[in-house]
Write a protein that binds this ligand. Structure first.
Ligand code: NAD
Ligand code: ZN
Ligand code: ZN
Length: 389
């Protein structure tokens, strides 16, 4: 089959690889009909995530048709159309039973290695390094889905791939980040980052009834999409983020702040020299506005900081004094995708939201390598890339 494979920093190739096979009774094989590139894939593309190996198949946002089912899987049948959440989970461990799917205790095959080397491990993730289990990803014609009797979301008739694909990651991610804000009708919610995740944070905050949503970025097309979704916008190249946010909140600051940027905002040319292979830690300093620092300084006392943006390693120079004395609450994590999928699928069916609004580029999988660059560099108005076999 054909797949997009990682071969090192800035080196993604479309190549022929062996077809996946059923390995465990609970597995299923999915024939991919539609997949996407995520901001998280950029961390791999840019070489910030250790423990990738040459030839690893990329991709964790995908859907398709079930073409083979293991002997122990009675939930799926051949022909089912499913969206596959990016978090692999067993459904049975203590964390899964509590709905904390992204920290499933069993699905990450390399959990002990990750715990030991990095002090933490997530659930198994598709196409996302050996730190998260080394599972081949979904930017491929076929994908093996482990624990496929637990996570895949069956899609009813009448919805296009483009409408439901993002149920596997960025829609629940934006939704979870907004839910974490405990939004009250009087709240201002500030969202840093108008990438695909930021766009879903904005739409979710609006659906959850925020008084005012403000989005911070510097890419004009992305800010325009944020405005279309109901946000006021701040271009951080043109004005002071902190001054403007204070102005919009009678000098008090937003009650709720969301970091939908993550690692990339802090990853500048200085990153390479600071990457300490021995400690496997990343100390980050930046010549760009430091999102976490801005959030801590501007958030209203007793407010909430919600961080869906992905981080790895160590971020230095956070004003812990302000965080503590203002009594701020921090909520973060990889998304517990299956916690939200039933509700969000219903909202799509009811027409409350059509997630396909975020797609700007739709191309064959073979054009994937070029699209990684287009997406990373935000060329050609690129906000979200969808690929088909
Ligand atoms: P993206 O890279 O397309 O978007 C990031 C946006 O942030 C860009 O538009 C960029 O211009 C903007 N930005 C950069 N520096 C900024 C700054 N200082 N202030 C304000 N904006 C700034 O990525 P995406 O697909 O939208 O993903 C965003 C983040 O969410 C990534 O870190 C990704 O890994 C993470 N993510 C997390 C989960 C989860 O489970 N928690 C799931 C999916 C994605
Ligand atoms: Zn993703
Ligand atoms: Zn589990």
């Amino acid at each position: 089959m054909k797949a997009l494979c990682w071969h090192g920093k800035h080196d993604v190739r479309y190549e022929t690889v062996p077809d996946p096979k059923i390995e465990e009774p609970r597995d299923a094989i999915i024939k991919m009909s539609c997949c996407a590139i995520c901001g998280s894939d950029l961390h791999l593309f840019n070489g910030y995530m250790p423990t990738m190996e040459s030839g690893d198949i990329l991709g964790h946002e995908f859907m398709g048709e079930v073409v083979e089912v293991g002997s122990g899987n009675s939930r799926l049948k051949v022909g089912d159309r499913v969206v596959v959440p990016f978090t692999i989970c067993c459904g049975e461990c203590e964390q899964c039973r509590r709905g904390n799917f992204s920290v499933c205790e069993r699905s990450n095959r390399n959990k002990e290695m990750a715990d030991k080397a990095f002090g933490h491990a997530t659930a198994g993730l598709f196409g996302y390094s050996h730190l998260t289990g080394g599972y081949p990803g979904g930017q491929a014609e076929y994908v093996r889905v482990p624990y496929a009797d637990v996570t895949p979301v069956k899609i009813p008739e009448g919805l296009t791939d483009e409408q439901v694909l993002f149920l596997g990651d960025i829609f629940p991610t934006g939704w979870q980040a907004a839910v974490a804000c405990d939004i009250q009708p009087t709240d201002t919610v500030a969202v840093w980052g108008a990438g695909p995740v930021g766009q879903f944070c904005i739409r979710s905050a609006v659906l959850l009834g925020a008084r005012q949503v403000v989005c911070i970025d510097h890419v004009p097309e992305r800010l325009a999409m944020a405005a279309a979704g109901g946000a006021l916008t701040i271009n951080f190249d043109e004005e002071s983020v902190l001054d403007r946010l204070k102005e919009l909140t009678q000098g008090k600051g937003p009650e709720k702040c969301i970091d939908a940027v993550g690692l990339e905002a802090h990853a500048t040319r200085s990153l390479d020299s600071l990457y300490d292979k021995a400690k496997q830690a990343v100390m980050l300093e930046t010549d760009r506005p430091h999102v976490l620092r801005e959030m801590i300084y501007v958030c209203r006392p007793a407010g909430i900081l919600s961080i869906p943006g992905v981080y790895g390693g160590i971020i230095d120079k956070l004003p812990i004094g302000a965080l503590m004395n203002k009594g701020l609450t921090v909520r973060t994590g990889q998304t517990h995708v299956n916690r939200w999928t039933d509700d969000l699928l219903r909202r799509i069916q009811e027409g409350q939201i059509d997630p396909s609004f975020v797609i700007t580029h739709e191309v064959p999988l073979s054009e994937g390598p070029g699209m990684y660059k287009t997406f990373r560099d935000k060329q050609d108005g690129c906000i979200k890339v969808v690929m088909k076999p």
